[in-house]
Design a protein around this ligand. Structure first.
Ligand SMILES: *Cc1c(COP(=O)(O)O)cnc(C)c1O
Length: 349
């Protein structure tokens, strides 16, 4: 049987976590003189003078009811990026362990590995942008602790086959991290459904994309309870500030706004795809399951610079493996997309 504690770092297994004032006293009281907070309040109207709930219980209850995942299986991070870093610190011994990533993919996995001095093994996607399951399994060994799968994948915009991902969860000796930052735009079901079956899975989602809240920095990890418990021990005690917790609770009451704009984004994506095809600049358009599209063009850098000169910024991905001459374009509002198309149509002339 898979035992997550068998693949953890020794120092984390032994870790005695920081115990905050809020951890040590959790009852009802009226005089709080235990945390060296400002007893006189703050220049702001709400109780920002008090440290926030380190485990964000109220917020997790709300997320739990929307996602259908028990609160014990939820970890909240200062963006998904913090969850990624915490996973490195729990599982990867610097200079000894390794992780597997599947380029072209999200850049933070490698940056986080480098910060933690952990070897990165790269198994490129197939030319179809599918996972090379066989080579992933060939390239891992007993020190392979994390496998990052981003689905839908940034920057290729496709989702991976559920069977491929499930096979990897079954065969990979460490933790499979499925990053679902774009899942709300996808036709695919979330990998959260695999959590009841597998002990070595972490699913990441975020408030930064479909929820429209990149600025409040809130990422979610769904994982077996033993993993969320260790994540909570390793994170900074008050990693989610009170303003973020309050804004997220408000947003969760406004799920209709979110769902409406997911549909609108997908509609605009279809329109943009159809219209881009008619410009002679596009060599190839990759199918998208996300809120952006990847296109191969004749002169990526030239088009990029031309758009910049008009105040329109897209992402030049042309120097990235398998993305030669590719631009990544976020779906904008109707008028933003129109501005982009008008500009591109003029470049043709
Ligand atoms: C945008 C994005 C995120 C979001 O990261 P946050 O730290 O939550 O803002 C995570 N993963 C991928 C692949 C992304 O593209």
């Amino acid at each position: 049987m898979f035992d997550v504690e068998n693949i953890m770092r020794e120092n984390i297994l032994r870790l005695k976590p920081y115990s905050s004032a809020r951890d040590e006293f959790k009852g009802d009281a009226s005089v709080f003189l235990d945390a060296n907070e400002n007893s006189y309040g703050s220049p702001l109207p709400e109780s920002y003078n008090r440290y926030p709930d380190p485990l964000q219980k109220e917020l997790k209850e709300k997320i739990s009811s929307i996602k259908g995942v028990p609160h014990q299986n939820i970890f909240l991070g200062n963006g998904s990026d913090e969850a990624i870093d915490v996973l490195f610190r729990i599982f990867c011994e610097p200079k000894t362990d390794n992780v597997i990533i599947c380029p072209p993919t999200y850049g933070m996995y490698e940056v986080s590995a480098n910060i933690n001095d952990v070897e990165v093994r790269k198994v490129n996607l197939l030319p179809s942008f599918d996972l090379d399951v066989e080579r992933i399994l060939e390239s891992c060994g007993e020190h392979s602790k994390l496998l990052f799968i981003c689905s839908p994948n940034n920057p290729t915009a496709n989702s991976f086959h559920a069977e491929d991902m499930e096979l990897l969860i079954q065969k990979f000796p460490g933790i499979v991290v499925i990053d679902e930052a774009y899942i709300n735009y996808s036709k695919q079901k979330s990998a959260i459904r695999f959590l009841t079956e597998y002990e070595n899975l972490v699913v990441l989602q975020t408030f930064s994309k479909a929820w429209g809240l990149a600025a409040i920095r809130l990422g979610m990890a769904f994982a077996p309870q033993i993993i969320t418990e260790y994540m909570n021990k390793v994170k900074p005690p008050y990693n989610i500030n009170l303003a973020t917790q309050q804004f997220a609770m408000k947003a969760l009451d406004n799920i209709d706004w979110v769902n409406r704009h997911i549909l609108e984004t997908i509609e605009e994506r279809k329109k943009l795809e159809q219209q881009l095809i008619t410009t002679s600049l596009i060599e190839k358009m990759y199918p998208s399951d996300a809120n952006f599209i990847l296109v191969k063009v004749k002169d990526a850098q030239g088009i990029y610079n031309y758009l910049v000169s008009l105040g329109i910024i897209v992402r030049d991905r042309s120097r990235i493996i398998l993305c030669e001459d590719c631009l990544r374009i976020t779906i904008g509002t109707e008028s933003e997309n129109r501005a982009l198309l008008t500009a591109l149509n003029k470049f043709e002339l």
